[in-house]
Design a protein around this ligand. Structure first.
Ligand SMILES: Nc1ncnc2c1ncn2[C@@H]1O[C@H](COP(=O)(O)OP(=O)(O)OP(=O)(O)O)[C@@H](O)[C@H]1O
Length: 585
């Protein structure tokens, strides 16, 4: 199969530019014009010196040449300012587009990609990788062109005056190029390793901060937390290895490239002395090349950045091109039925974790999914929520294959409450309002009351306006869980999936959570992934999962007489010491 080639950096940059392309082109044009005007002082100085040597200079000429030099410089300043202003404006819009594309993509990739990727990698991609583009993008496009065009014009002028002086002016360029070749040697690998090491350090840092409690509890200092120190060392070593290699070559370039006089002075003097080069041309051919070296050096610097830009863009592109869960745009007609799994198999990677699973969940009923740890209960719940697509078979919701239902429509019908009760870093009020963005404050309070969390919220320093991030440490797991249930109550979806919502709650909290849940589920279809069998004794249907297969299905009495696994789970449960008196669904 033909290998897909990655598009170049400029092509990729322009693909994100949208309406801002024109601005980028115009800024490039203005920068080029500015650079050309910037050559005026070099040309005028060389003309002036030639006139002085020829003794043809007059006050009037000197004034005119000075005015031209000054005018050129002022125009360069103004054009560079305009170009820079325009390119920065376009750049910030493009960076915004890229970040929105990444954020949007996160919602559309299978959940597995999000869960299997360390959080730090996304932070890195969204913040650092995109920011790295900022400087390069704002300067790169306009300045690389202008810094090539202007010196080319200068060189052309020298060649027109005397081709031998043209060649003499370029004598240091091959040496400088050798320096660039040395610097670029293995550049792509080195910059990729550098970026990898930066990613690794960022994601480990995020992990380190998130897991600080565990690290402290197990008495692991930052030095003994080997993954963290390993990542820091990797970053240190890869950065140093890269710079060590570039330093020498960079010094060669800096030392050799600007010394055009090495060629122009001896050769020009010899040509002048042999009478084949007039004095005025000799002087012009010495001064003009001095002006084109600085832009050429900048081009060299940009070509170095170019690889970095390409590596960043490739990284962004790799994520943006990840396969998506394909869903239609337009809402479809759904009937009142709930879920039907038809021979569903599912694999996260290679290994199948659900095998040929079939069952039906009737609307308005309570269904429980039970089974040993790792049997596939949460996976079933996540397939229902549409977070992944079945590898084989069909998940039917409301009479339609879930793949044919837009994700937003499905989420309007279904509330999924996970065990890790995530709260955003904003007020508790807004955290609850997420369930229904247009809810009034009264509706938010009513939902909080139903979810048994109003009492503790009003006791917080700023009540409902307390920032959930600030309050995070002060809220118990059960309290956080009840806030997420309030969110689900407000959403008022017809189907509720509780993925082990009470798994880690203490007895008092579990009682309150059960209370909240019973209000949440009135008249709805409830599917609960349960560890505590006491809570699901009265369920209309219990699905017993073992090794990714349904090995029993029915009410508790039926399963107790027919399903050996359920009998075992029940007897384990009954004999377990932590049996609690909670409510039931
Ligand atoms: N994101 C993932 N990537 C790869 N494998 C996964 C992923 N999530 C779960 N698994 C694996 O799939 C299998 C089923 O996991 P699942 O979470 O559905 O089990 P469960 O019955 O809900 O377990 P528990 O009761 O312990 O939460 C397990 O072997 C698990 O290791």
């Amino acid at each position: 199969m033909k290998k897909k080639t990655k598009p170049g950096a400029i092509q990729q940059l322009l693909s994100y530019a949208g309406n801002n392309k024109k601005q980028l082109y115009l800024s490039t044009f203005l920068a080029t014009l500015g650079e050309l005007f910037g050559m005026a002082p070099f040309i005028t100085v060389s003309l002036l010196v030639a006139e002085l040597f020829n003794k043809t200079a007059t006050i009037q000429n000197v004034c005119i040449l000075f005015a031209v030099a000054l005018g050129g410089q002022i125009l360069k300043l103004w054009l560079t300012y305009q170009s820079s202003f325009m390119s920065h404006k376009a750049t910030y819009k493009i960076l915004k587009n890229i970040r929105s594309k990444i954020a949007d993509k996160m919602l559309r990739v299978p959940m597995g990609i999000m869960l299997d990727t360390p959080t730090g990698n996304f932070k890195n991609l969204m913040a650092d990788t995109v920011s790295k583009l900022e400087d390069s993008m704002a300067h790169f496009m306009p300045e690389i062109t202008s810094n090539v065009v202007a010196p080319l014009c200068c060189i052309l002028l020298v060649f027109i005056l005397d081709w031998r002086m043209g060649l003499a002016a370029l004598i240091t360029i091959p040496l400088g190029l050798l320096g660039y070749i040395g610097m670029m040697n293995d550049y792509v690998n080195k910059s990729t390793t550098y970026m990898k090491s930066q990613n690794a350090m960022n994601s480990t840092l995020v992990e380190y901060v998130n897991g600080i409690e565990v690290i402290k509890a197990f008495n692991q200092g930052s030095a003994s937390y080997s993954k963290f120190t390993g990542a820091i060392n990797f970053f240190h070593d890869s950065t140093l290895a890269w710079w060590k290699q570039s330093w020498l070559w960079s010094a060669v370039i800096q030392a050799v490239m600007p010394t055009t006089l090495l060629g122009t002075l001896p050769i020009g003097a010899w040509l002048y002395m042999t009478g084949t080069l007039p004095l005025s041309d000799f002087i012009t051919c010495i001064i003009l090349p001095i002006g084109f070296i600085a832009p050429l050096m900048r081009v060299g610097k940009y070509s170095e950045q170019f690889n970095m830009v390409k590596a960043c863009l490739d990284q962004i592109r790799d994520f943006i091109e990840k396969p998506e869960l394909k869903r239609p745009e337009k809402n479809v007609a759904l009937d009142e039925t709930a879920y039907r799994f038809e021979n569903v198999s599912f694999a996260y990677n290679e290994t199948e974790v659900l095998k040929n699973v079939s069952f039906e969940i009737k609307p308005g009923t309570v269904s429980a999914i039970v089974g040993p740890s790792g049997s596939g209960k949460s996976t079933i719940a996540k397939l229902m929520a549409g977070f992944w697509d079945a590898t084989k078979g069909k998940v039917i919701f409301g009479g339609k294959n879930i793949k044919e239902i837009p994700f937003a429509q499905l989420m309007g019908e279904v509330s999924y409450v996970a065990q890790d009760n995530f709260l955003f870093d904003e007020s508790i009020r807004e955290n609850i309002r997420l369930g229904k963005p247009d809810a009034t404050d009264d509706e938010v309070v009513a939902a909080a009351k139903a979810a048994c969390c109003h009492e503790f919220i009003v006791k917080l320093e700023n009540g409902y306006d307390t920032n959930a991030g600030d309050a995070g440490g002060k809220l118990s797991g059960g309290e956080r869980q009840r806030i997420t249930i309030a969110r689900a109550i407000l959403k008022n979806a017809r189907v509720i999936i509780l993925d082990e919502a009470t798994a880690y709650a203490d007895p008092e909290n579990e009682y309150l959570i059960q209370n909240a849940i019973s209000k949440l589920v009135k008249g709805k279809t409830l599917i609960v992934v349960a560890h505590r069998l006491a809570t699901i004794q009265k369920a209309d249907q219990i699905l017993v999962v073992e090794n990714g297969k349904i090995v029993g299905c029915g009410r508790q009495e039926e399963l107790l007489s027919e399903c050996p696994l359920y009998q075992r789970l029940w007897s384990d449960y009954v004999s377990s010491a932590d049996q609690v008196e909670g409510g039931t669904f």
